[in-house]
Design a protein around this ligand. Structure first.
Ligand SMILES: Cc1ncc(COP(=O)(O)O)c(C=O)c1O
Length: 395
């Protein structure tokens, strides 16, 4: 059997065709496909505005610059890819790492304790970890009660729903970010987006995406530079009003995104089928516990299981190696961000996060992607179950 990774893209002929058409067209970047893709993402998520960018990290960076100021305090999770909290640092703000709950998500009740004790906390950066949505009612309550900014990192959760509220709709948040990296629900190669319902944030993001440059006449600031002596606008004129970036996404990436978004619901349906089959396969297994039991609201970017290695003769690293020998890629989501060497140099690492610490010892992700075949999944189930069975300690 060929290598089974923990995640990968599903690209078909029509996706390739969509990209080829753009490659043959006049626009490779900033053409019509970008706006079409943004519109499709608004329609899918229900958010009013969308800005597509080069990747999810760029989306986080711009969102953080749009709403945070230097030294702002931000509650966030240690259980995410480093990009989530890095973006807080990019804005000169200060992450505060809050412990997670047993389902892998940031503990919003604990967040409330922090908010009660420190009125200067500006924001919560929450991740719907693995596709499992955060409690939207609680997010709404915290936002209204403590007047905080909320960013939803939806890199794992496109297509997830909580009480009818779709991920990235920003129903109870200021903005959401998405990633279209190949392992995510749909891909544009690299790619990302920010969604929001706030027009001012939207305009700010558009400017930051493209160097802080303004071209439209009604927003020009320097009339002297802009007009000639006959008061005609100089045809070449553009002006830079703030320090922005080149975080544009290309037209051919957006063409791929438009082709993929048509299949998104079927991709998510397949992910849910795979999750259910894993749950069924491990129901009576004494060593393997799913992170949470099958939940149709999750869009299952990841299928995470927990194993108490203390009770076994094998370590987690040994299991990873043995599975790799069978051509199966496991992955760990995530090493606690606050314990990363760089974060330790900033003084992080000794937070009281017992649930995250235990999670780190026990959890790992099994392969899960829409094009995964049933026999590949069976092979993964049998392999992991057999290895752990042999590792049972004799009492
Ligand atoms: C939760 C989370 N946020 C942000 C990102 C960053 O996205 P990208 O890889 O598109 O920059 C990732 C990527 O893995 C992620 O998992």
């Amino acid at each position: 059997m060929s290598f089974i990774p923990y995640g990968k893209q599903c690209i078909e002929d029509d996706d390739i065709q969509a990209v080829v058409e753009v490659l043959k067209s006049d626009y490779l970047t900033t053409g019509p496909k970008v706006a079409e893709f943004e519109k499709a993402l608004c329609e899918y998520t229900g958010a009013k505005y969308c800005v597509a960018v080069a990747n999810g990290t760029a989306a986080l960076h711009l969102a953080s610059l749009a709403l945070l100021e230097k030294d702002d305090k931000v509650l966030t999770t240690p259980n995410s890819f480093v990009a989530t909290s890095n973006s807080i640092l990019y804005a000169g703000a200060k992450p505060i790492f809050v412990d997670i709950k047993e389902d892998g998500n940031i503990d919003l009740d604990l967040c409330e304790k922090y908010l009660k004790n420190d009125k200067s906390i500006k924001a919560i950066y929450g991740v719907h970890f693995s596709g499992n949505p955060l409690n939207q009612k609680k997010l709404k309550e915290l936002k209204e009660k403590y007047k905080i900014v909320i960013l939803e990192d939806c890199a794992h959760s496109l297509g997830a729903v909580f009480d009818g509220i779709k991920a990235a709709s920003c129903a109870n948040s200021d903005y959401s970010i998405l990633s279209f990296h190949p392992v995510k629900h749909m891909t544009t190669g690299e790619g990302g987006a920010i969604t929001t319902n706030d027009e001012n944030i939207y305009k700010k993001l558009l400017s930051l995406r493209a160097h802080g440059i303004v071209r439209d006449e009604k927003n020009i600031q320097d009339k002297c530079m802009a007009y000639d002596r006959n008061n005609n606008l100089n045809p070449w004129y553009y002006e830079m009003q703030e320090l922005g970036f080149n975080y544009r996404i290309t037209d051919f990436q957006c063409a791929l995104g438009l082709s993929q978004i048509k299949k998104l619901d079927s991709f998510i349906k397949r992910r849910k089928e795979i999750a259910k089959r894993y749950d069924d396969a491990f129901r009576d297994n004494e060593h393997i516990k799913p992170l949470y039991l099958f939940d149709g609201n999750s869009s299952y970017h990841l299928y995470v299981i927990r194993v108490d290695f203390e009770k076994l003769k094998i370590t987690k690293a040994e299991l990873f190696k043995k599975m790799r020998e069978k051509n199966i890629g496991l992955q760990l989501h995530y090493i606690p961000i606050n314990k990363q060497p760089f974060y330790k140099t900033l003084g992080f690492g000794s937070e009281n996060t017992p649930i995250m610490d235990k999670y780190y010892k026990e959890a790992f992700s099994l392969p899960m992607y829409p094009c995964m075949k049933d026999d590949e999944q069976r092979f993964v189930v049998d392999s992991v179950a057999d290895i752990l069975k042999l590792a049972k300690k004799q009492i």
